[in-house]
Ligand binder design. Structure first.
Ligand code: NIG
Ligand code: FE
Length: 421
């Protein structure tokens, strides 16, 4: 019954609308977040038709003489928010790396493990050995977990292929999953995620391959919207990253960048120079980088679960917000530095390890996250014309969501107005 195409959600204990269809910067992240007590939402054919107090919405339904044709859903026990958006995941890969986690707990460094042939290289080998169907199965399990934690839209990167054939395989899996799973997937090509072992002494040749061979082929097939690169000491230099991102642009792929994660390396500055939609990680971002991001409107995608899992000091979210950068949050779901599908966990960490306020965090996980993947016109807030992607939380108010730590409070999830959890 709940899947009928006309539906009214009544008496939401608290309703977070966060009306905006653009990234919110600086103080707007706190100030724009609108909260309605005893809220209502009228949904038609998967889209929001009207939203406001229960009284306003129910009056509109009555005025249209539609009260008999509608499915009613009681939300009097719930906080209702937009479906969460996760703008940075490495969704499609095979295998896991819990042994490396144990090595790190005994003192090994993340980059040393990678340089010794583990890390991303290991996941690349496992992913190369997996069939498309095997990848479908494991990635679908992860998507189910995302959905159960309130996420209705994600970005998914390739980057465990490092060859055209295997990068393509990951992107084809993401495309197939997008067609069959309630979670919307927006794809990013990340052929420049690591330099394959065979090219260790010949790195420019690999960059040539990404630029001349992989990017044109992936773009031609329409398998990705974005192009990302791991700009990091020992991986891709700012110059190589620039070449890769400019090549993507020439083929219609919008730049994204893994920036200033391990060392301060000019990644944020490069993001501004090439007009990237987002710069992600930013643990070691420079003041100049923050300034340039704010000036160019580059969204800062912060990944506090990654910092936590790598036992690193998290990004300086306060400095970025005070510097008028639009900040978004993401899991960075991957097998090496962030093995979690839980955006609520990331949101808890954003409050407790980065000092973001509950309102800023909600903005960062909804409209700003949607903006970081170009989906801000369709999702990320609850307002007429947008998708009815909603989460019902077992929480009395939005602050409780951040305060009741480490527990999954998702009660129901609606995607395009359909009950999916
Ligand atoms: O975003 N930093 C680079 N890439 C991923 C980690 C990938 C992995 O370890 O498998 C990240 O943290
Ligand atoms: Fe990442």
């Amino acid at each position: 019954m709940m899947n009928s195409n006309r539906m009214v959600i009544r008496h939401a204990r608290q309703l977070v609308t966060n009306e905006a269809s653009r990234p919110l910067k600086g103080r707007e992240m706190e100030e724009n977040l609108k909260v309605i007590e005893d809220g209502g939402i009228w949904i038609e054919n998967g889209l929001i038709k009207k939203i406001g107090t229960d009284k306003e919405v129910w009056k509109a339904v009555c005025d249209h003489g539609q009260t008999k044709l509608v499915t009613l859903i009681d939300a009097s026990q719930h906080l209702v928010t937009p479906g969460l958006v996760d703008p940075h995941t490495h969704l499609v890969f095979a295998g896991s790396r819990e042994d490396e986690f144990e090595m790190r707990l005994k003192g090994a460094a993340y980059m040393d493990i990678m340089n010794a042939g583990g890390g991303i290289h290991r996941t690349t080998s496992a992913t190369a050995a997996a069939s498309e169907e095997e990848l479908m199965a494991v990635a679908k399990e992860r998507l189910d977990l995302f959905l159960r934690h309130g996420v209705t839209t994600i970005e998914a990167k390739s980057g465990y292929g490092l060859s055209l054939e295997n990068e393509r395989k990951q992107l084809v899996v993401a495309k197939r999953l997008n067609a069959i799973h309630p979670v919307t997937i927006v794809s990013t090509f990340m052929g420049a995620h690591a330099v394959p072992k065979e090219y260790k002494t010949n790195r420019e040749t690999f960059v040539d391959m990404v630029v001349e061979n992989m990017i044109p082929a992936i773009a031609r097939e329409g398998l990705a919207r974005f192009n990302d690169v791991f700009c990091e000491e020992g991986v891709f230099t700012p110059e190589q990253s620039k070449r890769i991102l400019e090549a993507g642009k020439a083929h219609g792929l919008i730049p994204k960048i893994h920036a200033d994660e391990i060392v301060s390396y000019g990644g944020a500055e490069l993001a501004a120079d090439v007009g990237a939609i987002s710069a992600d990680h930013l643990l070691k971002v420079s003041d100049k980088g923050i300034e340039k991001m704010a000036a160019k409107g580059v969204i800062g995608v912060l990944l506090p679960a990654t910092a936590f899992f790598l036992m690193e000091k998290p990004a300086n979210a306060r400095k970025m917000i005070e510097g008028n950068v639009a900040v978004a949050l993401s899991t960075d779901r991957n097998p090496g530095s962030s093995p979690t599908e839980s955006m609520p966990f990331v949101m808890n960490l954003a409050c407790l390890t980065m000092g973001m306020t509950p309102k800023e965090v909600l903005t960062a996980a909804t409209i700003n996250a949607a903006s970081a993947i170009g989906e801000e016109q369709v999702v990320g807030s609850l307002e007429p014309g947008k998708k009815a992607d909603l989460v019902f939380w077992n929480a009395p108010n939005y602050t409780y969501l951040h305060y009741h730590v480490g527990v999954n409070m998702v009660d129901k999830v609606f995607k395009d107005g359909k009950l999916v959890v």
